[in-house]
Design a protein around this ligand. Structure first.
Ligand SMILES: [Zn+2]
Length: 113
């Protein structure tokens, strides 16, 4: 038997938790999946300008929006014309796009994906 609040284990036959008085249950429910590590990131902007990357980093750091640049480590590739892609959480996508619009990085029309 287990207390659903304290997660304490008790012997069979015990019906209430001695610590908090909650009714004991046969089995603890499975732990809820940890969503903090399973966030979905979406691309909101791509650039091959190192200056843009540095600038956007300072902006998004200030906005406290979690983000990362995919491909950023490949500075040589960026220099050669490959894109670094700005990734933010799906829940922050709209806010990030509004910031990018305010900064003039993207047009007000629908953003091509
Ligand atoms: Zn308890």
């Amino acid at each position: 038997m287990f207390c659903p609040r304290c997660k304490k284990g008790y012997q069979e036959g015990v019906e209430t938790c001695t610590s908090c008085g909650a009714d004991l249950i046969d089995q603890l429910p499975r732990e809820a999946p940890d969503h903090s590590s399973g966030d979905e990131f979406v691309e909101v902007f791509s650039t091959y300008h190192q200056d843009d990357i540095s600038f956007l980093k300072s902006i998004f750091d200030g906005e406290d929006i979690p983000y990362f640049f995919q491909g950023e480590s490949s500075i040589m590739l960026i220099a050669a014309g490959a894109y670094a892609r700005l990734m933010v959480k799906a829940e922050d996508e709209q806010r990030a796009k509004e910031i990018l619009q305010d900064l003039g990085f993207v047009a007000n029309s629908e953003i091509q994906s």
